[in-house]
Design a binder for this molecule. Structure first.
Ligand code: NAD
Length: 391
């Protein structure tokens, strides 16, 4: 007789999976996770809302070829939690959320897919506001916008702020300079050797700023022609993706995907500073953050220095003003120095320092909210969203 799993076993297995998901949500402090499926458009997406204490959860949608559903879930849970901390440390009145769409951004994109995703975003009634992330374009955001008003990063012609990457890159540049100030006593990047991982939107503008200041760039990307073009543009050197970690440089700037500081790469680093635009740079936050501290490598926490994008799109909610967004992004320099100093004073890894400062702000604002006021003033496009909603 063939031994097939009984229905009961299947239910038990399912319950185990559910249990581990609830455990993950409770351990990481998430409020809500929405699994979105539409067989007609082949949409497979997950929206994660981490924390809405400070305001509606704002965070981008990422489209990526995940190897399996667990990988996508892990990514969206970590990314959405990062958004809570990012908004909090940046002084924004926003919560943290993120979405992932499972698919190949080079071949699986179409109007119906994004519109069906937009309808799921809309169903959350403003608890989650989406934006652009890896694998997404302004055109995709426009399709989402045709189904929901809870979207930012829409084209400037539609009253939006467009592509946030240049502002993100400016913030990463400010963060890298602040880290240089802490490590070397001067924030000048002139003559500094920088290993740049990824030659995409954020990396390209970062490279422009750094090269203009006299830094020497080593550029890599899984698409060699992209890396070559950027290296040519900024007078840098093309390197193989596998060589980027072990280069004898001053600063490593990861601007591709997360998890690049991990068990395999840790021993390769020869840099003094890690400061990049990618989210979740530390594969295991506690373990690898502590290891970097032990090795004397100064890590500028990712969400602190890549907050320019969210600062830019949050400005869209108030009525977009590019100069104001750039001015606010410039403050990332001070925020980064503050975090690095706090880390030194308390003898803790820098990611822990930024988490503690962010949690402190959330707790303080949360206490304030217990006080009754006659009305909450919500201005600009965000106010419009909620007024329309409350008709
Ligand atoms: P992008 O898609 O334009 O660029 C990413 C680049 O990394 C691509 O060229 C890709 O080919 C390359 N890449 C992927 N895996 C690689 C690998 N293993 N080695 C080398 N290159 C690799 O994305 P982006 O908008 O520039 O964002 C880059 C990172 O910054 C992402 O982690 C994103 O989450 C983060 N970030 C972006 C923004 C923003 O405003 N765009 C804001 C905050 C954080």
């Amino acid at each position: 007789m063939i031994d097939t799993p009984s229905a009961e076993t299947e239910v038990t297995k399912q319950a185990d999976t559910e249990l581990s998901i609830f455990n993950a949500l409770q351990n990481m402090g998430h409020e809500q996770v929405v699994i979105c499926s539409n067989p007609d458009t082949n949409l497979k997406a997950i929206i994660a809302i981490h924390n809405t204490t400070l305001g509606p959860a704002l965070g981008g949608t990422r489209m990526w070829m995940y190897n399996n559903e667990q990988e996508a879930l892990r990514d969206v849970l970590r990314l959405s939690r990062g958004m809570t901390y990012k908004a909090a440390i940046s002084g924004l009145n926003l919560g943290g959320g993120k979405a992932v769409i499972i698919g190949d951004p080079h071949i699986d994109k179409n109007e119906a897919l994004f519109r069906s995703f937009g309808r799921f975003v809309d169903s959350l009634g403003g608890r989650y506001i989406t934006a652009e992330d890896v694998g997404m374009s302004v055109q995709d955001m426009e399709w989402i916008y045709s189904e929901t008003k809870f979207v930012t990063g829409i084209p400037e012609t539609l009253g939006g702020s467009g592509n946030p990457s240049p502002v993100t890159a400016f913030g990463v540049y400010m963060g890298a300079k602040a880290a240089a100030k802490k490590a070397y006593g001067s924030d000048s990047l002139a003559g500094k050797k920088i290993a740049l991982q990824g030659a995409g939107n954020v990396a390209s503008t970062f490279a422009d700023y750094a090269a203009k200041e006299g830094a020497k760039l080593y550029v890599t990307d899984i698409y060699t022609e992209k890396a070559q073009a950027l290296a040519d543009k900024v007078g840098g050197t093309l390197v193989d993706p596998t060589e980027i970690y072990g280069l004898d440089v001053d600063i490593f700037t990861p601007c591709a995907l997360g998890g690049v500081v991990n068990d395999n790469t840790m021993d390769q680093f020869k840099c003094d500073i890690i400061a990049g635009g990618a989210n979740n740079i530390l594969d295991d936050e506690d373990l690898h953050g502590q290891m970097l501290l032990g090795k004397g490598i100064l890590y500028a926490p990712d969400y602190v220095i890549n907050a320019g994008g969210i600062i830019n799109i949050s400005s869209e909610l108030e009525g977009y003003n590019r100069q104001q967004a750039m001015n606010q992004t410039e403050r990332i320099y001070d925020t980064t120095l503050n975090v690095l100093n706090y880390s030194e004073e308390h003898g803790i890894p820098t990611h822990k320092a930024s988490n503690e400062l962010a949690e402190k702000r959330i707790a303080e604002v949360s206490k304030l909210k217990s006080m009754y006021t006659s009305q909450s003033k919500i201005s600009g496009r965000l106010g419009e969203m909620y007024r329309l909603d409350n008709r």
